[in-house]
Design a protein around this ligand. Structure first.
Ligand SMILES: [Zn+2]
Length: 242
């Protein structure tokens, strides 16, 4: 879905943990750069390529991937992309980098999660564990809170810890679009905070506290990774969430 010239929300179907659902990576581009925000999982690559082609931004032109955080449904698709386009640079926040690079164990691989996937059919469970095992990737450069990337009309990095320690959101100035990854969600048309199942109470509080940073921005569109676009008076809705 076109948001504005130079920014498009992709709608990609993903089968994971025994469920099929849509996810919404974003591409942002100008004459010199093509950036993919969040890379889904390996199975999604053909659909991502198709979607980019339809928009008129060839996959071969991709030069950067920014991941909002370390979760497997965001970083799992990177290695297959690098296999085809080894020159692509990968960016993430410093606090999620050690997990993505494999220096620390993925944050989601806790007892709760293991119990959950142990209930899945064996093949499904093995697929998930393989995905975790094969998704570590080198981060070329880290991004920090308040940093502005001087491409595509300016993209501001906003550190929003909670869902994971190094979760970031991106504000695309030209289109006044806030890309929130999993920091927010849209459920039945309502803007909500992050999915609380994956967090303890302290992390949930941290997540909501970090929304205060959004008050500094005039927001026309919010792109959530799991719920898609929200453009019904975002600033007001964020205020209400706080
Ligand atoms: Zn996540």
């Amino acid at each position: 879905m076109k948001i504005k010239d130079g920014i498009e929300m992709l709608e990609i179907s993903m089968k994971l943990l025994g469920r099929e659902r849509n996810v919404y990576p974003t591409i942002i581009w100008d004459d010199n750069n093509v950036i993919l925000v969040d890379a889904a999982i390996p199975d999604c690559l053909p659909e991502i390529k198709d979607a980019m082609k339809k928009v008129g931004v060839p996959f071969e032109g991709l030069d950067s991937i920014i991941v909002t955080h370390q979760d497997i449904d965001h970083v799992g698709g990177i290695n297959p992309i690098l296999k085809e386009l080894p020159q692509v640079k990968i960016f993430a926040h410093e606090d999620d980098k050690p997990y993505i690079e494999g220096e620390k164990k993925w944050i989601r691989l806790n007892t709760n999660f293991m119990n959950r996937i142990n209930n899945l059919p064996e093949e499904e469970r093995d697929n998930i564990l393989n995905l975790f095992e094969n998704s570590n990737v080198k981060i070329n450069d880290t991004l920090e809170d308040g940093q502005e990337l001087e491409c595509c009309g300016g993209i501001i990095v906003i550190h929003t810890p909670g869902h994971t320690p190094g979760h970031i959101c991106l504000y695309h100035k030209q289109s006044r679009t806030l890309i929130v990854g999993d920091a927010m969600n849209v459920v039945d048309g309502w803007l909500t905070g992050p999915n609380k199942d994956a967090m303890n109470e302290k992390d949930a509080q941290t997540a909501y506290d970090s929304f205060k940073k959004f008050e500094n921005y005039e927001i026309k569109n919010i792109i959530t990774y799991h719920g898609g676009l929200f453009n019904d008076n975002p600033n007001q809705k964020i205020k209400e969430l706080l």
